[in-house]
Write a protein that binds this ligand. Structure first.
Ligand SMILES: [Zn+2]
Length: 342
């Protein structure tokens, strides 16, 4: 008798356990599915909708994103911004509703997307390196490809105007180094914009902003550049005005000096810059203690155009004429280096 009661109660217990496990399990599954969409990151949503689309259709998505566009939208209506210094690509699809991406999910796969953010008509993609986004619209679908700079350009060059924004660099008689460096780079950009060779130029800045040292230093590697040139203006160690003047170029002395090395690039920059400006040559010097030189993955040279602590050179450095000469010198150095095989 006791044995029977025990048997029945253990059956009841087992049924209760199984029943509650099933109910509870289903409940958490439903719950989890509901939470999913809201909690999913952009990347998770992309993967989720893409594998769903691959399961239901016979399509496969590789190294390309695609999105169904609102009716009548053309490629030129879409705004693309490529902030290559941070490797962020922004895509604006004007006039779409809040839940557009839920009804028309972004589909595709790429191993090179680090992060993805979608909101209203805005897609923000963080890439693992610098890519040129290429958009094509066919039958109401936007296809987005990410192309390496080397697929677009024959040669790639990174140019860095030293300091910027809240980092003025040296200040002499109210003149800030960041402004001289930027003025020279803007003159250089004017020359390079006119050049008809297929050279891709990536600037760490073209305005008064201050990218981090890491962003500056990595841009050579992230673009796969052939060379990296940084533009600075010099000061004496104690910062006092002095007779000391001239141009010098720094390179990483701990990297190899054979062939198309940073040292040889520095030598080219020195020769071309001093020739164009008529400035005194102070030679090429060690620069391994400088972050952007030490951390550059591509041949790098840092030009100290002239001394802000020399009265005569300071007034030259602030004149448009001399800034143009400096730019011409760097321009000649870039073309010569590329011709030599960098
Ligand atoms: Zn500087």
């Amino acid at each position: 008798m006791e044995g029977r009661i025990l048997k029945i109660s253990s059956w009841i217990l087992m049924i209760t356990v199984v029943f509650s496990a099933v109910v509870l399990g289903q409940f958490t599954m439903i719950h989890r599915r509901e939470m999913k969409r809201e909690q999913m990151s952009g990347l998770q949503m992309l993967a989720y909708y893409t594998s769903q689309a691959e399961e239901t259709g016979d399509v496969s998505f590789r190294h390309q994103l695609r999105l169904e566009l609102p009716e009548g939208m053309k490629a030129e209506d879409i705004v693309i911004e490529n902030d290559y210094v941070s490797q962020n690509i922004m895509i604006e699809i004007p006039g779409v509703e809040k839940d557009y991406f839920v009804e028309h999910p972004l589909l595709g796969r790429s191993n090179h997307i680090n992060d993805l953010y979608m909101e209203h008509g805005r897609i923000e993609i963080t890439m693992d390196a610098v890519y040129e986004p290429q958009i094509k619209v066919q039958k109401g679908i936007m296809y987005l490809d990410f192309v390496r700079p080397q697929a677009v350009y024959d040669k790639v060059v990174v140019i860095d105007a030293g300091h910027g924004g809240k980092a003025p660099g040296a200040i002499k008689q109210g003149i800030m180094e960041k402004d001289i460096n930027l003025a020279i780079v803007q003159e250089l950009k004017a020359l390079l914009d006119e050049n008809d060779q297929n050279i891709g130029i990536y600037y760490t800045r073209t305005e008064d902003v201050n990218p981090t040292f890491v962003q500056r230093a990595q841009l050579g590697g992230k673009t796969g550049a052939n060379l990296f040139i940084s533009v600075h203006s010099n000061s004496t160690v104690d910062g006092q005005m002095s007779k000391y003047s001239g141009t010098e170029v720094m390179y990483d002395e701990l990297k190899g000096e054979e062939g198309l090395s940073s040292k040889h690039l520095a030598q080219i920059c020195l020769e071309e810059a001093t020739a164009a400006m008529g400035s005194k040559s102070n030679g090429v010097t060690h620069g391994n203690n400088i972050f952007i030189i030490r951390n550059s993955e591509v041949p790098a040279a840092l030009i100290e155009v002239g001394f802000m602590t020399n009265q005569e050179e300071l007034s030259k450095l602030t004149s448009k004429d001399y800034q143009k000469k400096a730019a011409q010198g760097i321009y000649n150095a870039i073309l010569r280096a590329l011709e030599e095989g960098y």
